[in-house]
Design a protein around this ligand. Structure first.
Ligand SMILES: Cc1ncc(COP(=O)(O)O)c(C=O)c1O
Length: 212
């Protein structure tokens, strides 16, 4: 579902971000490099300020008061995020340092456990390095093949190739939803449905089927 904001709502939203109050080259600053570094609204800046001034300490590691306060706040944030993305359970939300860190974690845990020689992983030609290199590394380590869905001159994925790419060797499909360099919004629902139809019948701890 996409939401179109009115110019008034955009003005109000911009007011939350102090960094956007400045002019650059004589124009109000418009910042679009959010996939690399996202600007923080006052709500986040103030929370960080309070954290460092009042309860900066280890989460889940200390028995002292500050650690308890930090742990409660950390877990409350996990719940807020889980509710926002409609996760089944809070523990489905794992905080990482960023995209590269997160994908490396998936590749080195899930990929390491699931891939064997002859298997393959599918990505697309429009991925950022952070969704290429972790898969290249784990494929090399496990003797698996990395396959790539190409895109056409309109910047759209060549989905007619999907059927042949998603063969029996595929264990993992990892792709971007929206490309920030091409502005392409990939039809991920359709792609995921195709993937679920053909691949991913993983059994974890013998009883649970992972279809993600
Ligand atoms: C589109 C895109 N994806 C992923 C990344 C990597 O993000 P991170 O720095 O969180 O690893 C970037 C960073 O520039 C990016 O622009």
């Amino acid at each position: 579902m996409s939401t179109i904001l009115t110019s008034l709502e955009i003005k109000e939203l911009r007011r939350d971000f102090p960094l956007l109050a400045q002019k650059v080259y004589g124009h109000p600053l418009v910042y679009l490099d959010n996939a690399a570094t996202t600007q923080k609204p006052n709500q986040v800046l103030e929370t960080l300020d309070t954290y460092y001034k009042q309860y900066n300490s280890n989460v889940h590691r200390g028995v002292h008061h500050l650690s308890q306060v930090a742990t409660d706040a950390y877990e409350a944030a996990r719940k807020t995020v889980a509710d926002y993305i409609d996760a089944g359970e809070d523990k489905e939300v794992i905080f990482t340092k960023g995209t590269t860190d997160g994908i490396n974690l998936v590749a080195s845990c899930f990929g390491k456990a699931m891939l064997k020689p002859g298997d393959s992983v599918v990505i697309t030609a429009m991925e950022h390095h952070s969704n290429i290199v972790p898969w290249q590394m784990i494929c090399e380590e496990k003797g698996a093949t990395l396959k790539v869905i190409p895109f056409n001159t309109y910047g759209e994925l060549e989905l007619d190739k999907l059927d042949s790419l998603l063969d029996d060797s595929v264990r993992i499909l990892a792709l971007t939803y929206v490309s920030n360099s091409l502005a392409t919004i990939n039809p991920v629902k359709k792609i995921i449905a195709a993937a679920h139809e053909k691949i991913f019948l993983f059994y974890w701890t013998g009883h649970k089927r992972y279809n993600t």
